[in-house]
Design a protein around this ligand. Sequence first.
Ligand SMILES: [Ca+2]
Ligand SMILES: [Ca+2]
Ligand SMILES: [Ca+2]
Length: 442
Amino acid sequence: MVGIGPQEFEGFQIHAGLFLLTADGLMAADAQQINLLGAEWHGEQPVSLDVQFEAEAASPASLAKISVAQVRDLLNEILRKSSSAPDPATFVEAAPGAIIKPTWQRDLKSRILALAADEPGVLCGLEDGQVILFDSAGKIVWQQNAGSTVRCAAFARFDPDHWACLVGTSTGDVKALDAAAGQELWAYRCQSFHGRSGSVGTIFAADLDGDGYHEVVAGSDNWHYHGISSTGKLLWRTETVHASTIGCAADLTGDGRDDVVAGTEYYWPRLLDSTGKIISRMSGGPVTTAVNAFDLDGDGKAEALIGMDDAFVRFVKPGQRAVRKVNVGGSPTAIEPLDVDGHDNPGIVCSSESFSIYAFGPEGNQIWRTQLPEVVNDLAIVGDRIAAASDDGRVYLLNHQGKVTGTCHVQSRPTSLARSGKDMVVAAVGHSLVALSVDGAE
Ligand SMILES: [Ca+2]
Ligand SMILES: [Ca+2]
Ligand SMILES: [Ca+2]
C-alpha cells in the first residue's frame, strides 16, 4: 500500500509525507507519528523510516515487533474495503483445499527468467545464459549456453517433423535451437536503435504466411518488433516506440495469417498484421503487462485482450473504435481462455496484482473473482483447472468456478507457470523448477 500524507484506517494511523506499507515492512518519508496494529511511534522531527517487521535489531523497536501475518490481514482488509464495486469474491484466508506435494523439483545454478512447456518438454532460460530442456519427468534432455541472460523462451514448429526452442537474450540474440538435440539452428541479432539495446523482451511463434508452420516474432528494448522467418531471416521490423514488454500472435483479421499484439512499456500498445503493418493502436497504460488473443464471439477472428497497469483489460478488435474494458483492481499479470461458466461459452480468466483472479464472460461480464493472500504472478490452464502462482510462496489450484481445490507450497515466490502435458504444471521459483500434478486436488 502506498500513501501520500496522513492516512487513517481501522487498525492504523500513519502521519508521514509518503509511505509504502507491505506485509514485510514500512518505508516512510517525513514520518511523525505511526500507530499500527497497537504499536506506536512518535518522532520529535519528521524523519525517514525503514522498518522491517519481525526482524532482529530493527528499529524503531516498537514497530519492528509488528507481526507480518497481522499486517497482511490488515492490507487484505483495506484492499477489500476499498474495492470500488462490491463483487462476489471468494476470499482465501488460509491454505484451503488439498495440500499438494511437488511431483519433482530441480534446483538450478541460476535464476529461471523464462519458462515454456509443450510437447518436447519444459524449457527454462536462466539468468546466467543457460538454456535447459527437461522432459516431463524432470530429466535434463539437453543444456546449452545462449551467451547472455535469457529473458524469454517459447516453442515453435518450423516443419511437420521438428520442434524448435526459441530464446531471446539480453544481448539482443534471437536463437532457434533444435528441440531434439539442442543444437543451434540459427541466430538473429536485434540491432540497437535510438541508442537502445536489442535486448529481447518477448518472443513467440506466429504463422505469418499462413502455411500452417511457424515463423518467429520478437519484441525488443530497441523500440521494435521483428518478424523473422523459420530460417532466421528478417521479414519485417516495425517501430512500436518504447521497449517491448509482452506480445502474442493470433489471426485477428481472419485471413489465415497470424497477426501480432505488440505490448510496450509506455502507452500505445499496437496491433500489427502478418506483414508488420500497424493496424490499430490503443491508448491507456502506460505499461502493457499481459496479453492474449483468441476468438470470444465465434466470428472466426481472434480478439486481442490487452492488460495494462492502469488495471484494465481491453477487448480489442482491429479497426473498432469503442473498446470494451474491464477493471481487475491492479496490474494484470496473465490472461487465459477458459470456459468459466461451465456452459461451453468462451471466457477468460485474468490474474492481477490486486491479489485476485477474475473470470469474465465473452462480453466482459464478470462471472467470479477469487482473492488469494498475495499478488498473483501468473496463471496456467490445465484442462478445466486453473493454476495460480502467488507471492505467498504457493501455487493454488482452482476449478473453473474459482473455488480453490488445492495448494502446493513451493518455498519461495513462484514467478511463472506453464502447463506440461495433460495434468502437470511447472513453476519457476527462483533457482528452482517445481512440477506438480493437478490430480488429487478435487
Ligand atoms: Ca508459416
Ligand atoms: Ca491475420
Ligand atoms: Ca472473434
